[in-house]
Design a protein around this ligand. Structure first.
Ligand SMILES: C[S@@+](CC[C@H](N)C(=O)[O-])C[C@H]1O[C@@H](n2cnc3c(N)ncnc32)[C@H](O)[C@@H]1O
Length: 187
């Protein structure tokens, strides 16, 4: 369920490449769930492949909290956000490998995203618990894992942890090369 090792910082350039948009279009993936003015969180943001589109979708009044373990990823994300004129909507945080350090966000997040990150964590169950706690009642959690690294059974086990937190499945979007699920925290 976890412990595949953290992706090296330089892989962040491939993850943020424009070629990837053809296969995993971030706007198309996120738009059904993210609305103007929302407070959203991007867990394992890397250099911001999803963070920047999230910042566009939440608009001027919204906020994106990007959390990552690697300082180099976060520094690059900050530069890219600056260049795109979106830095004012994005708060960046560097966490530790064993804790997302988001207790202060409890009950305040409308949408949380964890894309291709849970399998890299030494304790993904603890991260899912923190994410569930950060959500507002009615808030959504979109989790996706790469099929190349995570088996269908591995993803089922991960989703089981989310269900044990009381989250409910609302959608299973089709995303290239990914297992994906959207869960809602009951209101
Ligand atoms: C494969 S990348 C995916 C990045 C991004 N979500 C995307 O889809 O483009 C995984 C990212 O998760 C971060 N990461 C790994 N373990 C983490 C942890 N325990 N807490 C927070 N971030 C972590 C890595 O530093 C890396 O930036």
């Amino acid at each position: 369920m976890s412990g595949h090792g953290v992706c090296p910082w330089w892989a962040g350039y491939f993850l943020a490449s424009s070629l990837r948009r053809w296969l995993q279009d971030p706007e198309k993936i996120l738009k059904p769930y993210v609305k103007d003015g929302m407070r959203v969180m991007d867990v394992g943001s890397a250099m911001g492949f999803f963070t920047l589109p999230l910042a566009k979708l939440v608009g001027d009044q919204g906020r994106v909290i990007a959390v990552d373990l690697q300082e180099k990823m976060i520094r690059s994300l900050q530069r890219r956000a600056q260049k795109a004129g979106l830095a004012g909507r994005i708060e960046t945080r560097i966490c530790s490998s064993t804790s997302l350090e988001i207790d202060d966000l409890a009950g305040s997040v409308d949408v949380a995203l964890a894309f291709a990150v849970l399998h890299e964590m030494p304790d993904s169950a603890a991260a899912i618990l923190s994410i569930a706690q950060s959500l507002k009642g009615g808030g959504l959690f979109l989790m996706a894992e790469p099929t190349g690294h995570v088996s269908a059974e591995g993803f089922r086990q991960t989703s089981e942890v989310a269900l044990q937190q009381g989250l409910e499945v609302v959608a299973e979007p089709i995303i290239w090369h990914s297992h994906a699920m959207v869960l809602r925290k009951p209101a």
